[in-house]
Ligand binder design. Structure first.
Ligand code: HEC
Length: 126
């Protein structure tokens, strides 16, 4: 029995260490984050966020319907409603109407993993 438990615990410890590593921003985590942000930038361009938002680093993103997204990584709140964390940004991006019912930002059609990439790009805007 012990022999069965030990590898499982070791695996759990490994996973925890890995999660801790990406939180604290080791070298590997930084480049993962950069890859995510690069994919996020492509998604932002593909989804047409720039028709409503001015977004640094995205060609043609000069919209004036919503607020400009410059310095998004430094802001305290999203839409003035929820704390600007990675998780909350994914909630906002996948379902903005659940956060501020009736606001002018439509459902963007982003999948959860896509929203994570877009959030990584927005987080990089300092
Ligand atoms: C039809 C216009 C429209 C489109 C398309 C749109 N948004 Fe928005 N967005 C808005 C509006 C309007 C708000 C302000 C909502 C509020 O504050 O209640 C907003 C708010 C935001 C915010 C919060 C900004 C802040 O200052 O807190 C983020 C982040 C955001 N949008 C990202 C995106 C992304 C990424 C896309 C594309 C996947 C996108 N939006 C597509 C209209 C749009």
């Amino acid at each position: 029995m012990r022999r069965l438990i030990h590898p499982a615990l070791a695996l759990a410890a490994c996973l925890l260490a890995f999660a801790g590593c990406s939180e604290s921003g080791g070298d590997g985590a930084v480049s993962d984050r950069k890859d995510q942000a690069a994919r996020g930038a492509e998604l932002i361009a593909a989804k047409g966020c720039g028709t409503c938002h001015e977004i640094p680093g995205i060609d043609g993103a000069t919209g004036r319907v919503g607020p400009p997204l410059d310095h998004m990584g430094d802001r305290m709140f999203i839409a003035g409603m929820i704390r600007n964390t990675a998780e909350n940004m994914q909630v906002w991006l996948t379902d903005p109407q659940s956060v501020v019912p009736g606001n002018a930002m439509p459902d963007t059609g982003l999948e959860a993993d896509e929203a994570e990439d877009v959030a990584a790009y927005l987080e990089s805007l300092r």
